[in-house]
Design a protein around this ligand. Structure first.
Ligand code: PEP
Length: 241
């Protein structure tokens, strides 16, 4: 079985000391190009120093300028940060990010050789009304409006209602959505293989069955990664050393 990608989103968790302790606990236990950490921007340097692959949880839609409080793909790239989550549901919902902003962010990321991890997914209500495909298609279409190459692009399918809890989609439903997303993406970039990740309540107990999904290239992990032991268990089965 091929290694899957494991993308670890710490969100706004941990102090500097806590990150230090976390890094100490995982040191020497992860040696893999397929694991990417998305720490708080403040602590990116700590992961880079230990030669982990690093991504930002968000970027701004411009490269430089008078945008107090923002961080750009241009800056990230200059530090060796290779990835950026774009359009995470928490950004869309809490910070009112629109598909038009997301489209600009994807452009600046890819122009700076930062791989954009475009997050898409439906709400519970949209799924109940069988609108998940329509919703996700619109999110992808609008986000990829200005993009010129698929070279620096990854898709992450995350049903919003499955994030941060214990409720995940069943395997068949995940596979169906990932296949659907692949079909859409192939129309944009027929000659590029774009990885598709799944995210939402993945933990050390359901990772084994999720690994059987051939269509899924990797996983985005939130809550479970806050406990280094749980993350190591997930990595142990998904990307053995
Ligand atoms: C996420 O927020 O992207 C995520 C996958 O979170 P969790 O693992 O907590 O569902």
């Amino acid at each position: 079985m091929e290694n899957k990608k494991i993308f670890v989103n710490f969100k706004m968790h941990f102090s500097e000391d806590e990150v230090s302790c976390y890094l100490q606990n995982i040191r020497g236990k992860i040696k893999c190009k397929d694991v990417v950490f998305f720490p708080s921007n403040l602590y990116s340097y700590m992961f880079l120093k230990e030669h982990y692959k690093v991504g930002l949880q968000n970027i701004y839609k411009e490269n430089v300028g008078a945008y107090t409080g923002e961080v750009s793909a241009y800056q990230a790239s200059s530090m060796g940060i290779e990835y950026a989550l774009i359009g995470h549901s928490e950004r869309r919902n809490l910070f009112h990010e629109k598909n038009s902003d997301i489209a600009k962010k994807i452009c600046v990321a890819t122009e700076n050789d930062v791989t954009a991890v475009l997050c898409v997914g439906e709400t519970k209500k949209e799924r109940l009304f069988h609108r998940e495909k329509k919703v996700v298609k619109k999110q992808i279409k609008e986000a990829l409006k200005n993009i010129k190459t698929g070279e620096y692009l990854i898709l992450a399918y995350e049903p919003i209602w499955a994030i941060g809890g214990m409720e995940s989609l069943c395997l068949k439903e995940i596979e169906a959505m990932v296949l659907y997303i692949r079909k859409i993406i192939q129309k944009y970039f027929p000659n590029v293989v774009i990885p598709i990740l799944y995210g939402g309540s993945i933990h050390e107990e359901n990772i084994k069955e999720l690994l059987t999904l051939k269509e899924v290239d990797g996983f985005l992990i939130g809550s479970a990664s806050l406990d280094f032991k749980k993350l190591l268990k997930i990595i142990e089965v998904a990307v053995p050393m």
